[in-house]
Design a protein around this ligand. Structure first.
Ligand code: NAI
Length: 697
């Protein structure tokens, strides 16, 4: 069925009813706006019409601007949202917004220009523009404070969070909260307005009153700046709202407009808008139609109740999906279950979960030692030891017991999913589901598509990822998939910078200044240096010529595996997490430099950032070029949601776009000469895009 993208016009006696009709959330795209303005004109020209009700069809009043129009000429084409708002406000006949379910952004700004507003209880009311690094741009910062008061408006606009309509009852935002059928209520309300000859109320004519507006705004400005360090928009929201207090309405609108246009150009807003679209894009697999029939997932099984298995199970329990968890030994099972319970208890202690809910969730968990209990599972996720022999044993067993059509997933982080699939007679049902630790917290899920993974298996796993609130990104099969494959080169640069003259502290500080919550060495100490060490040792054995990380290796040889052993790249006081510089590490570094004949040089923070970030960019480009990632923005999503890449920079690939790809290429060529490392040969895709004046995103 063709999706509608319009507004319907009908009459109910002497009331005109205009209904936004642009599923799923009635985005106010160009054709909707055209139809609304035409409807308002028609109603005003018809002498039989006395009042106009505007509402939304389906699941929303309106979610605001049509995101598909962002950045296209259509967004600016007449009638713009501003025009639609002006036409409604100037209507000589009363215009009533009948609000339900979702009323956000431009949808709320439009209704604020209507003469009356009624709402169903439970409607979500918000101006979420700040989440895209913007201020509301169609009068929201000027009309909302007039309607709900200064403090409530600052809270709503600065946070962008929705407030349920009934909480705003009693403010000038709503004339009535209507229980029961909204359209019927709205028509009755309109007839009442006409019968009582109520004067048309314009929010713009109201005054913002507050006993100490200036002091409050100063306070708001200071608090916002402290919290939103790297994002200018929240402070700009306060600035725009301030104009509603002490400037005439039209001047306030002008100020809002200027701020809006300024923020549109800001790298932070670009990054946030990119992340917003990238998240939606990641959910799509180009060669698998969106309406592919998915398999039913009502029962899940997890094999292995260790670090990952427990966290993975919690995701499904939280979504109300029963989980059977299998271990080889009772002790391991008990330990795993105790950890899950302890995790939930922590959440209950923090007040984020009730004890009842915890028991409910734990009630969905069935521990077992027997594969017989996996017979009716729709999805089985393996999280056992990272050894191909163990995986082989598990998948062969699963092939015997799993019901036909069950999806068999592996959480492996380094092994070949195609090889694992080949242990079964149903490789089409096998896929990788690579969770990140702690698996119940981290947003990222890499969905690893094997050569034979069936399209409906991919569609099902992407769907279930959404259900358990993950950001799912498809990755092809390769060593490390998208995230860890890139991380290897990031870590290598960090190590080599230390070999050449930087200290681990300097590298961490530079990366933290760039925006990472923790630099590479603090992260390594937190995650444990032993895992990488084991992988490297395997690699050195397989290929004696492979590149070594002599400092990292020497540190591991001292048993310094990080926080868990009280020492790593830093030292840690017992029970504390503060990373303290350690002369032992300095000595290791000096020794390695001496052994390699390296004279340490002074290294700038700028070089540290460039080498670490561009290492991600270059490998990211190769990953896109090889088709391991479906698109550059998927690489960004992986880094934003799984590796702490600063959100205000939009991910490595967008960051490179913003620096300018020719500049990135030039820096890489410089590093190539300086380090004699062929890694720095710019990826073919990167060179091509740079030469063509194009960007990744
Ligand atoms: P872990 O050692 O904490 O847990 C593994 C669990 O599997 C143990 O409880 C063990 O008793 C159980 N197990 C071993 N053989 C089994 C078998 N044949 N049948 C049933 N249970 C068995 O290991 P972890 O860290 O949870 O890793 C599991 C998998 O997840 C590995 O493939 C690893 O590469 C992957 N992974 C680990 C991440 C991490 O940060 N730890 C991140 C992403 C993936």
């Amino acid at each position: 069925m063709e999706k509608s993208n319009t507004a319907r016009y009908e009459t109910k006696g002497d009331v005109a009813l205009i209904t936004f009709d642009n599923p799923p959330i009635n985005g106010l795209g160009h054709s909707v706006r055209t139809a609304v303005v035409a409807g308002l004109d028609k109603a005003n020209a018809d002498p039989a019409i006395k009042a106009i009700v505007v509402t939304g069809a389906g699941r929303a009043f309106s979610g605001g601007a049509d995101i598909k129009e962002f950045g296209t000429p259509k967004a600016a084409a007449e009638p713009t949202l501003h025009t639609m708002i002006r036409v409604a406000e100037a209507s000589p006949k009363p215009v009533i917004a009948a609000i339900h379910t979702v009323c956000m952004g431009g949808g709320l700004e439009f209704s604020l220009a209507c003469h009356f507003r009624i709402a169903s209880p439970g409607a979500q009311i918000a101006l979420p523009e700040v989440k895209l690094g913007l201020v509301p741009g169609a009068g929201g910062t000027q009309r909302l404070p007039r309607a709900v008061g200064l403090e409530a408006a600052v809270n709503m606009i600065v946070s962008g969070n929705p407030v349920p309509s009934e909480k705003l009852k009693g403010t000038a935002l709503f004339d009535e909260i209507i229980e029961g059928d909204l359209t019927t209520g709205a028509i009755a309300f309109a007839q009442k307005v006409v019968a009582e000859k109520r004067p048309l109320k314009k929010v713009r004519d109201m005054k913002v009153t507050h006993p100490a507006a200036e002091a409050f705004l100063d306070f708001a400005q200071t608090s916002v700046k402290a919290v939103a360090k790297n994002f200018p928009a929240p402070a700009k929201c306060v600035e725009a709202i301030a104009a509603s207090v002490d400037k005439p309405f039209e001047e306030g609108l002008k100020i809002e407009r200027e701020i809006f246009l300024g923020l549109m150009q800001s790298p932070e807003s670009r990054a946030l808008r990119h992340a917003f679209f990238a998240e939606r894009a990641a959910a799509k697999i180009p060669d698998i139609p969106e309406d592919t029939a998915v398999r039913k997932i009502e029962k899940v099984a997890v094999i292995g109740a260790g670090t990952m298995g427990g966290g993975i199970a919690m995701n499904f329990l939280n979504a109300g999906i029963p989980v059977t968890i299998l271990e080889t030994k009772q002790e391991a099972l008990d330990r795993g279950l105790a950890t899950i319970r302890k995790n939930y208890e922590g959440t209950v202690k923090k007040g984020r979960l009730t004890a009842d809910k915890m028991e409910q969730r734990l009630g969905l968990l069935k521990p077992t030692l027997s594969y017989d209990d996996l017979k009716d599972a729709d999805l089985i996720i393996e999280a056992v030891f990272e050894e191909i022999g163990v995986k082989e044993q598990v998948f062969k067993k699963l092939d015997e017991v799993a019901k036909p059509g069950a999806i068999l997933a592996s959480n492996t982080s380094t092994l070949d999913v195609d090889k694992i699939a080949a242990f079964t007679k149903r490789p089409q049902d096998v896929v990788g589901m690579h969770f990140f630790s702690p698996a119940n917290v981290m947003k990222l899920l890499e969905v690893v598509r094997g050569k034979r993974s069936a399209p409906d298996v991919m569609a099902t796993v992407m769907g279930i990822g959404k259900k358990i609130k993950k950001t799912s990104v498809v990755s092809g099969v390769c060593d490390g998939f998208i995230g860890n494959r890139m991380l290897k080169y990031y870590g290598r640069q960090a190590n080599e910078l230390v070999e050449e003259g930087a200290s681990p502290q300097q590298v961490d500080r530079a990366m933290e200044k760039f925006g990472f919550a923790m630099g590479p060495f603090r992260v390594a100490d937190l995650a444990g240096n032993d895992i990488g060490f084991a992988i490297r040792k395997r690699l050195y054995a397989e290929d004696p010529k492979s590149k070594k990380l002599p400092i990292a290796d020497a540190i591991c040889e001292l048993g310094r595996f990080g926080q868990k052993t009280g020492a790593g790249w830093y030292r840690y006081e017992p029970g504390k997490r503060d990373a303290l510089p350690d002369p032992v590490v300095d000595k290791v570094i000096e020794d390695v430099r001496r052994a390699q004949g390296i004279t340490p040089r002074k290294i700038s923070d700028e070089e540290i950032v460039e080498r670490c970030v561009y290492a991600l960019v270059n490998e990211g480009a190769r990953i896109v070029e090889e088709g391991i990632a479906q698109r550059a923005s998927d690489v960004d999503m992986v880094y934003l949601t799984g590796y702490g890449f600063p959100l205000f920079r939009g991910g490595p690939m967008l960051y490179a776009d913003m620096v300018g790809l020719p500049n990135v290429v030039r820096a890489m060529e410089r590093f190539r000469v300086q380090t004699k490392d062929e890694f720095w040969k710019p990826a073919a895709l990167l060179s091509r895009l740079a030469a063509d004046g194009k960007t990744f995103n």
